[in-house]
Design a protein around this ligand. Structure first.
Ligand code: ATP
Length: 217
């Protein structure tokens, strides 16, 4: 079996240090061979992102460029149809074969909303799910929607080391450094002409300024 591969999807509108710490800490906490970032093209669960998929992809490339554990998968951005995670996982499973455990990385807020995702229960036939703590979103059975709580109770692994024992099907949680940063907050700051410095990498902020992004709500 190969080391587990982390898969990190998101709108990244824009990418920020909350995302980067989640990916960075997941490598050590979960024993991952690396993290593949997968910016969404047209995310089906939410409103249209404020900037184009090409800009969001470019910002993820800048933010991750100097980390050899990170790679960027542009397939969702390039696809004409909406970005359904289950389709991406099917493609990757086909591409990588049955020797690589896949670990879908999600923040606690995204995990709580999992049952709204297209064919959500099929995800567990393709990948494990690793849930990172995020300020304001407890990962407790009592606070999760019933369907998600039931999967969590049934699939929870006692220890992240078990992710390497099977290619898919488990759920783990991990406590990353808590950073109450969101892309929504950054967009608001930029729209109001305020500083977003130190919430995201300078390279991304430079890109935003050069391309005059997030100036209008
Ligand atoms: P928005 O504010 O536009 O909703 P966001 O900051 O939540 O954006 P997304 O691109 O929607 O960013 O998130 C991608 C993934 O990263 C999701 O799984 C989300 O839960 C997780 N995530 C984002 N920010 C954090 C954070 N500060 N701490 C932990 N997880 C995070």
């Amino acid at each position: 079996m190969n080391p587990p591969l982390g898969l990190f999807g998101g709108t990244f509108d824009p990418v920020h240090y909350g995302h980067l710490r989640l990916a960075e800490e997941s490598v050590a906490h979960l024993g991952l061979g690396g993290v593949r970032w997968m910016p969404a093209g047209q995310p089906p669960h939410r409103g249209t992102p404020q900037v184009t998929a090409a800009d969001r992809l470019a910002m993820v490339r800048l933010a991750t460029a100097d980390n050899p554990s990170f790679s960027v998968d542009a397939a969702e951005v390039e696809a004409a149809e909406p970005s359904y995670t289950v389709h991406t996982l099917e493609r990757l499973r086909h591409e990588l074969g049955e020797q690589t455990p896949l670990v879908l990385l999600v923040g606690a807020d995204a995990f709580a909303g999992l049952a709204t995702w297209h064919r959500w229960s099929d995800i567990f036939d393709l990948a494990h799910v690793a849930v990172s703590h995020r300020p304001g979103f407890p990962v407790e059975l009592a606070s999760l929607p019933d369907e998600v709580a039931a999967e969590y109770a049934a699939r929870r692994l006692a220890d992240a080391g078990q992710l390497g024992d099977a290619t898919h099907g488990g759920i783990v949680t991990f406590a990353m450094t808590q950073l109450a940063i969101s892309a929504t907050q950054i967009r608001k700051l930029l729209t109001n002409g305020l500083s977003a410095r130190y919430l995201l990498p300078d390279s991304v902020l430079d890109y935003i300024q050069t391309h005059s992004l997030y100036r209008n709500p």
